[in-house]
Design a protein around this ligand. Structure first.
Ligand SMILES: [Zn+2]
Length: 363
């Protein structure tokens, strides 16, 4: 079957086509590092300093390298091991056959009314949640209804935000009135994080390259949805969400499970030194900045925005084993995901949605 070619990437880019063998190898190394909780080198008491890609671990703990392989290569999925072809191949609603990129064992693709969604296994026992794909064409009313249905709530019980790349956190009370939710629909709160312990409300953030994070408190059942672009990451918006959960629900960071959805990877996220300045101005320690901003030899600087969020969560007390990144780079999977970098104004948005569970052991 003929597939659409992936987004044409300029020859000078790190993700230049397969002819650029060195570039592809580098991308795989980056994705390994980007994905691997074990190979990440981070420890709760100390974060290792890794300034260049040459230092990235490629040992036995490295996750599937196939994750950096573009969709037109996934026809050979069996070659990559641990790939369940049954899970990743299915007929879309339009009848065409679709291949989804492999994900780590902590994630899986589910079949929804619009097509595929991504779910995180370790998060699942504690909170209903999903990350949508580009097959769900937000922001149409039909798409919102489909998303609400997949989250088992009425469309009127979805809370989404007017995302402004800040660190404001919205708290949706357990006893939130319908009228308040109506007002939120008509005038979305200007914020990039929303927390709630209301089991009948779905929290939604939207992203196209920025990092969508879904967080659940395994003790209280409370949840958070966070949108973190580079500005939000510099402002530590994910940590702000956790701090607000601590205030509102007496959440303990050690009880949190976090799923990090598709976002632009360091393989594709070229940035300028102005971003380094912004992170420095925001007070991030130098060793962290050097860890998050990487400059592959003879190539432009890149930001590992997922890694930065992961580090911030762990430094805030979340257990390393409880932070799960799906590792999908939005710019490399445009048939499934959406990327502002690659598609600009035409980019759609994927959504991360999560719903609190009833408390099992409050206090
Ligand atoms: Zn990439």
């Amino acid at each position: 079957m003929k597939r659409e070619p992936r987004w044409p990437i300029p020859a000078h880019d790190f993700d230049a086509g397969p002819v650029d063998a060195a570039g592809m190898a580098g991308a795989k190394r980056l994705h390994r590092r980007f994905l691997g909780s074990k190979s990440c080198g981070i420890r709760r008491s100390k974060i290792a300093f890794r300034p260049t890609i040459g230092d990235f671990s490629v040992g036995e703990d490295a996750p599937q390298e196939s994750l950096a392989v573009t969709v037109d290569h996934v026809g050979n999925a069996l070659d990559f091991g641990r790939v369940e072809t049954d899970t990743y191949n299915f007929h879309s609603r339009f009848g065409s056959y679709m291949t989804l990129p492999p994900v780590p064992a902590s994630f899986y693709w589910s079949h929804e009314t619009w097509g595929a969604a991504l779910r995180c296994r370790p998060l699942e026992p504690f909170a209903q949640h999903l990350f949508t794909t580009r097959q769900l064409q937000l922001p149409s009313a039909d798409a919102w209804r489909a998303l609400a249905s997949a989250m088992s709530v009425p469309a009127s019980r979805i809370v989404s935000l007017d995302q402004v790349h800040g660190r404001a956190v919205v708290h949706v009370d357990r006893n939130v009135a319908s009228q308040t939710l109506d007002e939120m629909h008509n005038d979305r709160p200007r914020a990039d994080a929303v927390i709630s312990d209301a089991p009948d409300v779905a929290l939604v953030v939207r992203a196209a390259d920025c990092v969508p994070l879904l967080i659940a408190d395994t003790r209280t059942g409370a949840v958070a949805a966070v949108h973190a672009g580079w500005r939000g990451t510099a402002a530590r918006v994910a940590v702000a969400a956790i701090e607000e959960m601590q205030r509102q629900f007496r959440t303990r960071a050690t009880d949190l499970v976090v799923a990090i959805g598709p976002a632009i990877g360091p393989c594709c996220y070229e940035v300028g030194s102005d971003l380094v300045d912004a992170f420095a101005a925001a007070g991030h320690e130098r060793y962290l900045i050097e860890r998050w901003f990487m400059t592959p030899r003879e190539r432009k600087m890149r930001l590992d925005v997922v890694g930065a969020n992961r580090d911030q969560l762990i430094l805030a007390g979340v257990r390393e084993d409880n932070v799960h990144a799906c590792g999908l780079c939005t710019a490399m999977h445009l048939d499934v995901l959406t990327s502002f970098r690659a598609e600009q104004a035409a980019a759609g948005r994927i959504a991360g949605a999560i719903r609190a569970s009833a408390p099992t052991n409050p206090g």
